[in-house]
Design a protein around this ligand. Structure first.
Ligand SMILES: O=C[C@H](O)[C@H](O)COP(=O)(O)O
Ligand SMILES: C=C(OP(=O)(O)O)C(=O)O
Length: 362
Protein backbone atom coordinates (compact mmCIF):
# COMPACT_ATOMS: atom_id res chain seq x y z
CA UNK A 1 0.00 0.00 0.00
CA UNK A 2 1.40 3.44 -0.89
CA UNK A 3 0.94 6.35 1.45
CA UNK A 4 0.59 9.91 0.23
CA UNK A 5 2.75 12.72 1.56
CA UNK A 6 1.04 15.58 3.36
CA UNK A 7 -0.93 17.95 1.10
CA UNK A 8 1.54 20.66 2.10
CA UNK A 9 4.59 18.75 0.85
CA UNK A 10 5.29 19.01 -2.88
CA UNK A 11 5.40 15.38 -4.12
CA UNK A 12 8.48 16.19 -6.17
CA UNK A 13 10.64 16.28 -3.05
CA UNK A 14 9.29 13.49 -0.92
CA UNK A 15 9.97 9.72 -0.87
CA UNK A 16 11.62 9.77 -4.28
CA UNK A 17 13.40 6.52 -3.49
CA UNK A 18 10.72 4.79 -1.44
CA UNK A 19 9.01 2.24 -3.63
CA UNK A 20 6.20 1.54 -1.19
CA UNK A 21 5.36 1.65 2.48
CA UNK A 22 3.46 -1.07 4.32
CA UNK A 23 1.76 -0.60 7.70
CA UNK A 24 3.72 -2.10 10.58
CA UNK A 25 1.93 -3.89 13.40
CA UNK A 26 2.17 -1.90 16.65
CA UNK A 27 4.16 -3.26 19.60
CA UNK A 28 0.98 -3.33 21.68
CA UNK A 29 -0.92 -5.37 19.08
CA UNK A 30 1.93 -7.90 18.88
CA UNK A 31 2.16 -8.15 22.67
CA UNK A 32 -1.63 -8.70 22.82
CA UNK A 33 -1.38 -11.42 20.19
CA UNK A 34 1.60 -13.10 21.83
CA UNK A 35 1.60 -12.07 25.47
CA UNK A 36 4.39 -12.67 27.95
CA UNK A 37 2.68 -14.37 30.91
CA UNK A 38 3.25 -13.06 34.43
CA UNK A 39 5.24 -16.20 35.21
CA UNK A 40 7.55 -15.70 32.21
CA UNK A 41 7.88 -11.98 32.98
CA UNK A 42 9.05 -12.90 36.49
CA UNK A 43 11.50 -15.35 34.94
CA UNK A 44 12.93 -12.64 32.64
CA UNK A 45 13.41 -10.27 35.58
CA UNK A 46 15.24 -13.02 37.48
CA UNK A 47 17.35 -13.93 34.41
CA UNK A 48 18.46 -10.32 33.91
CA UNK A 49 19.41 -10.08 37.58
CA UNK A 50 21.31 -13.37 37.32
CA UNK A 51 23.27 -12.03 34.33
CA UNK A 52 24.01 -8.77 36.19
CA UNK A 53 25.18 -10.77 39.23
CA UNK A 54 27.69 -12.68 37.08
CA UNK A 55 28.87 -9.45 35.45
CA UNK A 56 29.26 -7.80 38.85
CA UNK A 57 31.10 -10.78 40.30
CA UNK A 58 28.55 -11.44 43.04
CA UNK A 59 27.98 -14.77 41.27
CA UNK A 60 31.31 -16.38 40.33
CA UNK A 61 29.92 -18.42 37.42
CA UNK A 62 30.62 -17.69 33.74
CA UNK A 63 27.91 -16.25 31.53
CA UNK A 64 27.82 -18.32 28.34
CA UNK A 65 25.81 -17.03 25.38
CA UNK A 66 25.51 -19.99 23.03
CA UNK A 67 23.38 -20.76 20.00
CA UNK A 68 23.09 -20.29 16.27
CA UNK A 69 24.67 -17.34 14.50
CA UNK A 70 21.15 -16.53 13.31
CA UNK A 71 17.72 -18.10 13.47
CA UNK A 72 16.25 -18.81 10.05
CA UNK A 73 14.01 -21.73 11.02
CA UNK A 74 12.10 -21.47 14.30
CA UNK A 75 11.61 -25.26 14.49
CA UNK A 76 15.34 -25.97 14.42
CA UNK A 77 16.02 -23.20 16.94
CA UNK A 78 13.44 -24.68 19.30
CA UNK A 79 14.96 -28.13 18.93
CA UNK A 80 18.31 -26.56 19.81
CA UNK A 81 16.72 -25.02 22.93
CA UNK A 82 15.28 -28.40 23.93
CA UNK A 83 18.75 -29.95 23.71
CA UNK A 84 20.46 -27.05 25.45
CA UNK A 85 18.16 -26.88 28.46
CA UNK A 86 19.28 -30.13 30.20
CA UNK A 87 22.95 -29.30 29.54
CA UNK A 88 22.47 -25.81 30.96
CA UNK A 89 20.92 -27.36 34.04
CA UNK A 90 23.65 -29.96 34.44
CA UNK A 91 26.39 -27.31 34.21
CA UNK A 92 24.60 -24.64 36.24
CA UNK A 93 27.04 -24.96 39.14
CA UNK A 94 29.60 -23.22 36.92
CA UNK A 95 27.75 -21.66 34.00
CA UNK A 96 24.83 -19.30 33.50
CA UNK A 97 23.74 -20.39 30.03
CA UNK A 98 21.83 -17.93 27.84
CA UNK A 99 20.64 -19.11 24.43
CA UNK A 100 21.73 -16.96 21.51
CA UNK A 101 18.51 -16.27 19.59
CA UNK A 102 19.63 -13.75 16.98
CA UNK A 103 17.08 -12.32 14.56
CA UNK A 104 18.90 -9.27 13.20
CA UNK A 105 22.07 -9.59 11.14
CA UNK A 106 24.32 -6.61 10.46
CA UNK A 107 25.96 -7.23 7.08
CA UNK A 108 29.42 -6.09 6.05
CA UNK A 109 28.06 -5.34 2.60
CA UNK A 110 24.99 -7.30 1.52
CA UNK A 111 23.27 -10.49 2.53
CA UNK A 112 20.21 -11.86 4.32
CA UNK A 113 19.43 -9.47 7.19
CA UNK A 114 17.78 -11.92 9.52
CA UNK A 115 14.44 -13.47 10.29
CA UNK A 116 12.67 -10.29 11.43
CA UNK A 117 13.62 -8.47 8.23
CA UNK A 118 13.03 -11.36 5.84
CA UNK A 119 11.29 -14.38 7.40
CA UNK A 120 10.60 -16.02 4.01
CA UNK A 121 14.32 -15.89 3.09
CA UNK A 122 13.47 -14.56 -0.35
CA UNK A 123 13.92 -10.82 -0.08
CA UNK A 124 10.16 -10.19 0.20
CA UNK A 125 10.71 -8.41 3.54
CA UNK A 126 7.55 -9.40 5.42
CA UNK A 127 8.60 -7.70 8.65
CA UNK A 128 5.19 -8.19 10.33
CA UNK A 129 5.53 -11.94 9.86
CA UNK A 130 9.15 -11.77 11.00
CA UNK A 131 8.21 -10.00 14.23
CA UNK A 132 5.44 -12.53 14.91
CA UNK A 133 7.70 -15.50 14.25
CA UNK A 134 10.48 -14.04 16.35
CA UNK A 135 8.28 -13.22 19.32
CA UNK A 136 6.55 -16.61 19.23
CA UNK A 137 9.92 -18.36 19.26
CA UNK A 138 11.26 -16.19 22.08
CA UNK A 139 8.24 -17.12 24.20
CA UNK A 140 8.79 -20.81 23.45
CA UNK A 141 12.47 -20.67 24.36
CA UNK A 142 11.59 -18.89 27.59
CA UNK A 143 8.98 -21.56 28.29
CA UNK A 144 11.78 -24.13 28.01
CA UNK A 145 13.37 -22.33 30.96
CA UNK A 146 16.27 -20.72 29.07
CA UNK A 147 17.18 -17.02 29.12
CA UNK A 148 17.59 -15.52 25.65
CA UNK A 149 20.23 -13.25 24.16
CA UNK A 150 19.67 -11.05 21.07
CA UNK A 151 21.60 -8.46 19.13
CA UNK A 152 19.70 -5.18 18.86
CA UNK A 153 20.28 -3.68 15.44
CA UNK A 154 17.15 -1.84 14.33
CA UNK A 155 16.23 0.86 16.86
CA UNK A 156 12.46 0.19 16.49
CA UNK A 157 12.31 -3.60 16.93
CA UNK A 158 13.19 -3.72 20.65
CA UNK A 159 9.69 -2.45 21.45
CA UNK A 160 8.37 -5.70 19.96
CA UNK A 161 10.63 -8.26 21.63
CA UNK A 162 12.86 -6.75 24.33
CA UNK A 163 10.52 -7.75 27.17
CA UNK A 164 11.61 -11.37 26.61
CA UNK A 165 15.36 -10.76 26.45
CA UNK A 166 17.75 -11.44 29.34
CA UNK A 167 21.00 -10.27 27.70
CA UNK A 168 21.58 -8.11 24.63
CA UNK A 169 24.44 -7.13 22.36
CA UNK A 170 25.40 -4.16 20.26
CA UNK A 171 27.45 -5.54 17.41
CA UNK A 172 30.90 -4.65 16.18
CA UNK A 173 29.53 -2.70 13.21
CA UNK A 174 27.19 -0.45 15.25
CA UNK A 175 29.05 0.02 18.52
CA UNK A 176 30.21 3.47 17.46
CA UNK A 177 26.70 4.59 16.55
CA UNK A 178 25.07 7.14 18.82
CA UNK A 179 21.69 5.67 17.95
CA UNK A 180 22.72 2.29 19.40
CA UNK A 181 24.35 3.78 22.47
CA UNK A 182 21.19 5.79 23.22
CA UNK A 183 19.08 2.70 22.66
CA UNK A 184 21.29 0.71 25.06
CA UNK A 185 20.88 3.39 27.72
CA UNK A 186 17.16 2.60 27.78
CA UNK A 187 17.19 -1.19 27.40
CA UNK A 188 16.12 -3.15 30.46
CA UNK A 189 18.78 -5.88 30.29
CA UNK A 190 22.61 -5.98 30.43
CA UNK A 191 24.17 -5.13 27.06
CA UNK A 192 27.48 -6.39 25.69
CA UNK A 193 29.38 -3.86 23.58
CA UNK A 194 31.59 -5.53 21.00
CA UNK A 195 34.95 -4.23 19.88
CA UNK A 196 34.91 -2.76 16.36
CA UNK A 197 35.68 -5.05 13.37
CA UNK A 198 39.04 -3.27 12.94
CA UNK A 199 39.90 -4.19 16.54
CA UNK A 200 39.24 -0.88 18.31
CA UNK A 201 38.37 -1.67 21.91
CA UNK A 202 38.33 2.00 22.89
CA UNK A 203 35.17 2.46 20.80
CA UNK A 204 33.36 -0.23 22.83
CA UNK A 205 34.60 1.31 26.07
CA UNK A 206 33.23 4.67 24.88
CA UNK A 207 29.91 2.93 24.16
CA UNK A 208 29.80 1.50 27.70
CA UNK A 209 30.34 4.98 29.14
CA UNK A 210 27.84 6.63 26.79
CA UNK A 211 25.10 4.07 27.45
CA UNK A 212 25.53 4.30 31.22
CA UNK A 213 23.92 7.74 31.40
CA UNK A 214 20.45 9.12 30.53
CA UNK A 215 19.67 10.19 26.96
CA UNK A 216 16.76 11.72 25.07
CA UNK A 217 16.00 10.48 21.58
CA UNK A 218 13.16 9.83 19.19
CA UNK A 219 11.48 6.50 18.70
CA UNK A 220 8.07 4.90 19.07
CA UNK A 221 6.02 4.07 22.14
CA UNK A 222 4.09 0.85 22.78
CA UNK A 223 1.16 2.11 20.73
CA UNK A 224 3.52 2.63 17.81
CA UNK A 225 3.16 6.41 18.07
CA UNK A 226 6.17 8.65 17.52
CA UNK A 227 7.64 9.43 20.93
CA UNK A 228 10.47 11.25 22.64
CA UNK A 229 12.15 8.67 24.84
CA UNK A 230 13.93 9.80 28.01
CA UNK A 231 16.16 7.01 29.29
CA UNK A 232 17.66 6.33 32.73
CA UNK A 233 21.05 4.98 31.60
CA UNK A 234 22.20 1.35 31.70
CA UNK A 235 24.78 0.43 34.36
CA UNK A 236 25.07 -3.17 33.12
CA UNK A 237 26.88 -2.58 29.82
CA UNK A 238 30.14 -4.46 29.41
CA UNK A 239 32.90 -5.20 26.92
CA UNK A 240 32.82 -8.12 24.49
CA UNK A 241 36.14 -9.01 22.86
CA UNK A 242 35.37 -10.59 19.47
CA UNK A 243 38.72 -10.35 17.70
CA UNK A 244 39.14 -8.32 14.54
CA UNK A 245 39.83 -8.47 10.84
CA UNK A 246 43.50 -8.61 11.83
CA UNK A 247 43.16 -11.55 14.23
CA UNK A 248 42.17 -12.65 17.72
CA UNK A 249 42.11 -10.70 20.98
CA UNK A 250 41.23 -13.46 23.46
CA UNK A 251 44.79 -14.17 24.67
CA UNK A 252 45.87 -13.19 28.20
CA UNK A 253 47.85 -10.13 27.00
CA UNK A 254 44.91 -8.78 24.99
CA UNK A 255 42.58 -9.34 27.93
CA UNK A 256 45.03 -7.53 30.24
CA UNK A 257 45.20 -4.66 27.72
CA UNK A 258 41.42 -4.45 27.62
CA UNK A 259 41.28 -4.45 31.43
CA UNK A 260 43.73 -1.55 31.44
CA UNK A 261 41.52 0.43 29.04
CA UNK A 262 38.44 -0.25 31.18
CA UNK A 263 40.32 0.75 34.33
CA UNK A 264 41.54 4.01 32.76
CA UNK A 265 38.00 4.78 31.60
CA UNK A 266 36.73 4.27 35.14
CA UNK A 267 34.36 1.45 34.23
CA UNK A 268 34.13 -2.05 35.66
CA UNK A 269 36.95 -4.38 34.58
CA UNK A 270 34.83 -7.20 33.25
CA UNK A 271 35.17 -8.90 29.91
CA UNK A 272 33.03 -11.31 27.91
CA UNK A 273 34.98 -13.09 25.17
CA UNK A 274 33.38 -14.18 21.91
CA UNK A 275 35.13 -17.36 20.74
CA UNK A 276 33.76 -16.88 17.23
CA UNK A 277 34.14 -14.06 14.64
CA UNK A 278 37.67 -12.57 14.61
CA UNK A 279 38.67 -14.75 17.55
CA UNK A 280 38.16 -17.93 15.54
CA UNK A 281 39.22 -16.23 12.32
CA UNK A 282 35.69 -17.18 11.25
CA UNK A 283 36.57 -20.88 11.29
CA UNK A 284 34.04 -22.66 13.51
CA UNK A 285 36.47 -25.55 14.06
CA UNK A 286 38.70 -23.21 16.04
CA UNK A 287 36.03 -22.21 18.57
CA UNK A 288 36.66 -25.16 20.95
CA UNK A 289 40.38 -24.39 21.14
CA UNK A 290 39.67 -20.67 21.63
CA UNK A 291 37.20 -21.56 24.40
CA UNK A 292 39.79 -23.91 25.92
CA UNK A 293 42.34 -21.09 26.07
CA UNK A 294 39.77 -18.77 27.62
CA UNK A 295 39.02 -21.59 30.09
CA UNK A 296 42.74 -21.71 31.01
CA UNK A 297 42.69 -18.01 31.85
CA UNK A 298 39.59 -18.57 33.98
CA UNK A 299 41.03 -21.63 35.69
CA UNK A 300 44.22 -19.77 36.50
CA UNK A 301 42.16 -17.25 38.46
CA UNK A 302 41.31 -14.37 36.10
CA UNK A 303 38.10 -12.99 37.63
CA UNK A 304 37.78 -10.27 34.99
CA UNK A 305 36.69 -12.87 32.43
CA UNK A 306 32.99 -13.08 33.21
CA UNK A 307 31.57 -14.63 30.05
CA UNK A 308 32.05 -16.45 26.78
CA UNK A 309 30.08 -16.40 23.52
CA UNK A 310 29.87 -19.41 21.19
CA UNK A 311 28.21 -19.84 17.80
CA UNK A 312 26.70 -23.30 17.69
CA UNK A 313 23.85 -25.09 15.95
CA UNK A 314 22.52 -28.62 15.46
CA UNK A 315 24.72 -29.25 12.43
CA UNK A 316 28.25 -27.87 12.15
CA UNK A 317 29.40 -25.46 9.46
CA UNK A 318 27.29 -23.24 7.25
CA UNK A 319 25.39 -23.30 3.98
CA UNK A 320 24.53 -20.76 1.33
CA UNK A 321 20.99 -19.56 0.99
CA UNK A 322 20.23 -20.95 -2.44
CA UNK A 323 16.64 -20.71 -3.71
CA UNK A 324 17.22 -23.63 -6.06
CA UNK A 325 18.08 -26.19 -3.37
CA UNK A 326 16.70 -27.46 -0.05
CA UNK A 327 18.38 -26.16 3.09
CA UNK A 328 20.06 -28.62 5.47
CA UNK A 329 17.98 -28.68 8.65
CA UNK A 330 19.71 -27.17 11.68
CA UNK A 331 22.67 -25.63 9.82
CA UNK A 332 23.53 -21.91 9.81
CA UNK A 333 22.88 -19.74 6.77
CA UNK A 334 25.11 -16.96 8.13
CA UNK A 335 28.39 -17.66 9.97
CA UNK A 336 29.61 -21.24 10.39
CA UNK A 337 28.76 -22.76 13.77
CA UNK A 338 30.09 -25.58 15.94
CA UNK A 339 27.96 -28.70 15.86
CA UNK A 340 26.06 -30.09 18.83
CA UNK A 341 28.60 -32.63 20.18
CA UNK A 342 31.45 -30.13 20.13
CA UNK A 343 29.20 -27.64 21.88
CA UNK A 344 28.40 -29.95 24.76
CA UNK A 345 32.08 -30.81 25.28
CA UNK A 346 33.09 -27.13 25.08
CA UNK A 347 30.48 -26.11 27.64
CA UNK A 348 31.60 -28.87 29.98
CA UNK A 349 35.24 -27.70 29.74
CA UNK A 350 34.19 -24.13 30.54
CA UNK A 351 32.27 -25.34 33.59
CA UNK A 352 35.33 -27.26 34.77
CA UNK A 353 37.42 -24.08 34.36
CA UNK A 354 35.03 -22.21 36.65
CA UNK A 355 35.23 -24.94 39.28
CA UNK A 356 39.04 -24.74 39.10
CA UNK A 357 38.94 -20.93 39.52
CA UNK A 358 36.63 -21.34 42.49
CA UNK A 359 39.04 -23.72 44.17
CA UNK A 360 41.93 -21.27 43.51
CA UNK A 361 39.90 -18.44 45.07
CA UNK A 362 38.89 -20.50 48.11
O1 LIG B 1 27.67 -12.86 12.88
C1 LIG B 1 27.37 -12.70 11.74
C2 LIG B 1 28.24 -12.08 10.74
O2 LIG B 1 29.57 -12.16 11.11
C3 LIG B 1 27.85 -10.65 10.51
O3 LIG B 1 26.48 -10.56 10.33
C4 LIG B 1 28.58 -10.11 9.30
O4 LIG B 1 28.44 -10.96 8.26
P1 LIG B 1 28.98 -10.65 6.79
O5 LIG B 1 30.36 -10.11 6.94
O6 LIG B 1 28.92 -11.99 6.14
O7 LIG B 1 28.04 -9.67 6.18
C1 LIG C 1 27.35 -9.91 14.01
C2 LIG C 1 27.79 -10.54 15.08
O1 LIG C 1 28.95 -10.32 15.69
P1 LIG C 1 29.94 -9.09 15.48
O2 LIG C 1 29.12 -7.86 15.70
O3 LIG C 1 30.98 -9.32 16.52
O4 LIG C 1 30.46 -9.20 14.10
C3 LIG C 1 27.04 -11.62 15.70
O5 LIG C 1 27.38 -12.08 16.78
O6 LIG C 1 26.06 -12.04 15.08
Amino acid sequence: MNTLPSQATPPAVVDRRIEKTVPLITPLALHDELPLSNALAEAVVAQRQAVADVLNGTDDRLLVVVGPCSVHDAKAALEYAERLKPIAERLSDGLLVVMRVYFEKPRSTLGWKGLINDPDLDGSGDVNKGLRTARALLLEVLAQGLPVGCEFLDPITPQYIADTVGWGAIGARTVESQVHRQLSSGLSMPIGMKNRPDGSIGTAVDAIKAAAVPHVFTGIDHDGAPAILHTRGNPDCHLVLRGSDAGPNYDADSVAGAQELLRKAGVAERVVIDASHGNSRKDHRRQPEVAAEIGEQVASGNNAVVGVMLESFLVEGRQDLDPTSELTYGQSITDACMGWDTTEATLTNLRDAVLARRSTDA
